[in-house]
Design a protein around this ligand. Sequence first.
Ligand code: ZN
Length: 451
Amino acid sequence: MTSTTAATPGTTPVPSNAARVLRLVHEEGPITRAEVTRRTGLNRSTTLTLVGELVERGLLHEELPTAGAPGTGVGRPSPVVRAAADVVAAAVTVEVDAVSVALVGLDGTVRTRLVEPQRRPPTPGEAVETVASMLDRIRPASAGSATLRLVGIGVAVPGTVRVEDGTVQYAPHLGWHDAPFARPLADRTGLPVRAANDANLGAWAERLAGSGRGVDDLVYLNGGASGIGGGVITAGRPLSGADGYAGELGHTFVAANGIRCHCGAVGCLETEASRDALAAATGTAPDDLVALAAALAEERPEVERVVDRQVAALATALRNAIHTVNPSIVVLGGFLGVLLDHVGDRILDDVRAQSMTGTADRLRIVPAALGADVLVHGAAEIAFGALLGDPDRISDAVPAVGAVPSATAVPTTAAVRAVAPVPPATATAPHNRTTTHPSSRDDAAEEARTP
Ligand SMILES: [Zn+2]
């Protein structure tokens, strides 16, 4: 990442004060209006006006605090501001055995959700059709849906996703290679669509609402059915890389005589530390983490040997991550969280033992907090990205019930184009790509990097 000064003028405008207020309340709310004033550094009358405008647009709600709430003891209580629950994003996850769609409010509440089990991994075309038909069903069925406004779709994909156009570059467990996804889904639904790697979204969700809440430098690793995914937050923003492929810590090198990985390399973290190997050693079902935790607690010697090898591999990968991005917290999800609960400080001690002096002094390694909902929140965040960057975008939202815009009603370019300015901290240098519309594609890449 580079500073704002390196970015092309015009492609990364500073967010408006209204956008700053909206993002603050969305990420930190409900909070008092006085706190909004303090946190934004705006003066009180400006905050009053901006909150009033955002309330007017239905993006925020304001109410007096209930008696006895903190801060209500002295003087006139400051109104409490919360993000609207009826402005929603569709959060989509595509996995080998299921496609799910949830409507998530701007206040973070999950309004409704639908899961469609899959007998085999869906093709990209099948996934687009499945998501579209689920949305058609979910919209009228949503509780209180007459007032829901849908701003767009965010998709979590277990693979590498090119941020500029939402093409799935490689999703090994789905069997997708170079598969356009965001654009066909936008064409089919008439809604803006953004797609990203699932672990990158998980990292952001844990930072917003989970174990990494408020932490600016975070490494997230999740161990699941599709191996080990990783995501990095640095200086408070997601680390994306040139194409959106950053954070693939599951494929960092940890063992010279290791197992060959599906990626073609040998000794990747995800081949040396695997959920299936732990499940096999303990005799538990691969997706039953509760049973795995119980089996590990028995501390059987043959199981502990597997645990030791996996902890060593994990510590090596974390050593590499720490020397690269200097996080203050490492968040472990899925079976890695179970492993952490089992061995406690051993992972941190192993990491410290092989780290340069000082680099891991402040480091904490903690289990993920969001559990099964992590990707729902992560996917919703990228769908809200455009609105959070520019609250005027609420006028583009469609009712979540009733007339659904036809696929042809919204031009493709409008549906997937860049629609929001990017906070200065995320600004990157223009990309050296040859495209027919370089500025709009660069905008899209900038936009897509920013949940
Ligand atoms: Zn690999």
